[in-house]
Design a binder for this molecule. Structure first.
Ligand code: RB5
Length: 144
């Protein structure tokens, strides 16, 4: 699968780990930066990844920042994006099964490599369940 990956400076090191993990696991990882630990603004990278998902140039995205909250909020401002913050591998499974999330977000400060690897495994193994979840997902619309 073609996956866009981005972060801010706080997520830089784990972002590189995610890129490596994806490539080792047979995915086509597109590293959207940043490319150093210099301080940057997370909305810029979240938007880049989110726009590539809605444009269809990649199928899904992975975003990281200190808490994972900033990138989640930012990515979810792009119409068509359902970005989910995963705090455990179980969150990753449910984000796909129930929310049909197309971007998974991680906290670089509160999540370790092992949790991220297990979460990515679950993320790729899970499918959207549809049915009642589809009805609910279809109701997620900007309202004002
Ligand atoms: C950067 O210091 C930090 O605010 C950012 O990585 C993130 O946690 C924001 O939500």
């Amino acid at each position: 699968m073609k996956i866009a990956v981005g972060s801010d400076h706080a997520g830089f090191e784990l972002k590189n780990y995610v890129v490596e993990w994806l490539r080792e696991n047979g995915h086509d990882a597109v590293d959207m930066g940043p490319f150093s630990e210099e301080s940057v603004d997370y909305p810029d990278y979240a938007r880049k990844v989110a726009l590539s998902v809605v444009a269809g140039t990649v199928q899904q995205g992975v975003l990281l920042c200190g808490t994972g909250i900033g990138v989640s909020i930012s990515a979810n401002k792009v119409k068509g994006i359902r970005a989910a913050l995963a705090c455990s591998p179980e969150f990753a499974t449910l984000a796909r099964q129930h929310n049909n999330a197309n971007i998974i977000c991680f906290s670089a400060r509160f999540t370790d490599r092992e949790t991220i690897a297990r979460s990515l495994e679950n993320w790729f193994a899970a499918d959207f369940e549809g049915g009642r979840h589809e009805r609910r997902v279809n109701k997620i619309e900007p309202c004002c």
